[in-house]
Design a protein around this ligand. Structure first.
Ligand SMILES: NC(=O)c1ccc[n+]([C@@H]2O[C@H](COP(=O)([O-])OP(=O)(O)OC[C@H]3O[C@@H](n4cnc5c(N)ncnc54)[C@H](O)[C@@H]3O)[C@@H](O)[C@H]2O)c1
Length: 403
């Protein structure tokens, strides 16, 4: 079965006779990721954006809402009013996208969870582990859908890598190397008023982790998502290379993973020449895989004893999970926006399934959720403790089965 965009139908519930109504908090004019969410939500014609509190500045929130043709009576100055008013409407929102800086995620998530509204929240989940665990508890209590947008899990060739590991094609995993290298904070943009740099380098807004939380959690999730392994302990070196910068802009970690695997995680925002250099390499006893976010339509596969080969998005031989996430024939490139769209399409399926009385399992669907978010925050806290203890090994008390 194919959806309106031509891609295979997403996991979860059947098509309803209308689009799901989406609200958004954050994402006003000048913001980065909100517009990406709004586009991704529309991509498969499963959501329409009908309500919003799009900025912390009410005038900007109202002007931004007009850009998206959001009706004045569904344009809100603060998220508490929005949650209350939307929950009270017969045609209230089905789900909310939360695309604000990290320090606000917990309060905004609670406001909507408490009113039984499904959530798509951006990462990192929160700024403290207590807040993260509170959200896990609330999601479990309410049974609501909570999707965390670790975007890279939406790429077809990442889903292919995950399917190959799950099918045992690599055998037992020995090594996991993941890196997320960028260069955009190599200059002190926070001193030049750059909006995104300002809050990301401010511990009050970003939380206690800088680069480790901002992109290290993406790298961690990618490694966990593909391998199915948990990181049990880390030995970390974090630092800021720019004088006066209050949060780390570079991190390098050794990792011990479940099943005896070992690995490394590098995250940097000061590595000149790297734009969005997220790369994953996984080596098992029967073969190795490598994926590069900047060449996302390909996956390098090296079966033991053979020369490496390139698998291509759109190949007929790929897994059902990869084919389901594919929109265009091979050779026509897909990228970040389509991956985001895949997450929203699957989120729509999960929300519909829940509304029809099902209990969608995000792990089975291949969607990151609130537990993944809490593991990310536990990872950041462990890395920071290791750094304070001069790189000593620190165990991560929260692995998936233990939350
Ligand atoms: N998944 C990804 O690939 C990805 C990429 C970029 C950012 N992010 C995450 O998305 C979030 C936002 O990042 P960004 O770069 O878009 O930030 P940004 O600074 O560009 O935008 C934040 C927006 O939130 C608004 N806002 C702040 N507090 C608010 C409040 N109380 N009520 C309503 N609006 C409020 C701001 O006015 C602004 O419009 C962060 O958590 C970040 O880590 C994820």
């Amino acid at each position: 079965m194919t959806g309106p965009s031509g891609r295979p139908e997403q996991a979860g519930g059947a098509m309803p006779n209308r689009r799901l109504r989406l609200g958004m908090v954050g994402g006003g004019r000048g913001a980065f990721i909100g517009a990406v969410h709004a586009l991704a939500a529309r991509m498969d014609n499963r959501f329409e954006l009908v309500a919003g509190c799009l900025s912390s500045d009410p005038a900007r929130a109202r002007a931004s809402a007009q850009d998206w043709f959001i009706a004045p009576d569904r344009t809100y100055d603060d998220f508490q009013t929005m949650a209350q008013a939307e929950a009270a409407r017969a045609d209230g929102i089905d789900a909310v996208a939360i695309v604000t800086p990290n320090d606000t995620h917990h309060a905004i998530c609670r406001a909507f969870l408490d009113r039984k509204i499904d959530i798509v929240c951006d990462k990192p989940l929160t700024t403290t582990l207590d807040d993260a665990l509170d959200l896990v508890a609330q999601v479990r209590r309410t049974g609501l859908v909570f999707v965390l947008t670790h975007t890279y899990s939406g790429f077809p060739m990442v889903r292919q890598a995950r399917a190959m590991v799950a099918a045992g094609e690599l055998g037992a995993i020995r090594l996991v190397h993941v890196e997320f290298l960028q260069d955009w904070l190599a200059a002190p943009l926070e001193d030049q008023g750059d909006k995104q740099a300002l809050w990301r380098t401010d511990p009050q807004r970003a939380g206690p982790g800088g680069c480790i939380a901002d992109i290290g959690t993406h790298a961690l999730h990618l490694a966990r998502y593909v391998t199915g392994l948990e990181v049990e302990a880390v030995a970390a070196q974090l630092r800021s290379f720019l004088p006066g910068r209050r949060l780390d802009d570079n991190a390098q970690l050794l990792m011990r993973l479940t099943g005896g695997a070992e690995g490394t995680l590098l995250a940097s925002q000061v590595a000149h020449g790297n734009e969005c250099g997220l790369r994953l390499r996984v080596y098992g006893e029967r073969g190795g895989l490598a994926w590069d976010q900047e060449r996302p339509n390909h996956l390098c596969w090296a079966p033991a004893g053979c020369a490496a080969q390139t698998l291509s998005r759109g190949d007929a031989s790929l897994s059902a999970a990869a084919r389901r996430a594919t929109r265009l024939p091979r050779g026509l490139t897909e990228g970040y926006l389509e991956a985001f769209g895949n997450i929203y399409a699957d989120a729509a399926g999960a929300i519909l399934s829940r509304r029809q009385g099902g209990r969608p399992d995000l792990e089975d669907i291949g969607l990151p959720g609130v537990v993944d978010g809490a593991i990310g925050i536990a990872f950041v806290e462990a890395a920071l403790r290791s750094q304070q203890d001069r790189g000593a090994w620190v165990e991560i008390s929260l692995a998936a089965g233990r939350i």
